[in-house]
Design a binder for this molecule. Sequence first.
Ligand code: PCA
Length: 222
Amino acid sequence: MVQRKKPVSPTPKVLLTGFDAFGGEALNPSWLAVKSLHGRQIAGHRVVAAQLPTVFGQSLRELRYLLRLHQPTLVVCVGQAGGRATLSLERVAINVDDARIPDNAAAQPVDTPVIHGGPSAYFSRLPIKTMRLTLLAADIPAEVSQTAGTFVCNHVFYGLMHELAHQPTLNNTRGGFIHVPWLPEQGQPSMTAQMMAQALRLCVRVALETPQDIAVGAGALH
Ligand code: PCA
């Protein structure tokens, strides 16, 4: 009798993205942090890390390509928020591009929608309250943020959530956005690269293992 091999189902994937340096800075901690997790296994999933350009439009085209290519079960896009002291678990993406500085292709859109005809906003699909409590319990400063700004990070966050809402193959994919502070060498306030990587690892695990977020106030103590 011919022995048929059982089809091997591929390891499910987590897609993490970071950005290239922008605004005249030499590096972007979001990329360094996600890159350090590339290839790791977390809760039975394999992490794929990719860099997006800090460019309106192009960043979203590359993200859409990555989503089609990897069909991840979880997507966490990460960006730098210089001046913030804690890890920011973003709650909401808005349908506005309004750039304070030019992007890396010298574009500076003002008051334009990310997606014409799209809803005003999307909420994160990540369990941000559970993530925050988990991070605080690990002595990592973290907060729920009510705005991801109106630059390329919000643009990518909004585009991600729009894609998850409209692509039937991504209907069950969870996704959202996290901002990280500067690294110590960029300025203050800051967080070390090691702490950022640990924080993202914990966030990925929580997102994979927490089907339903807990309803606690954004300022609740752990
Ligand atoms: N931070 C910028 C864009 C790229 C990044 O890392 C932002 O917060 O929009």
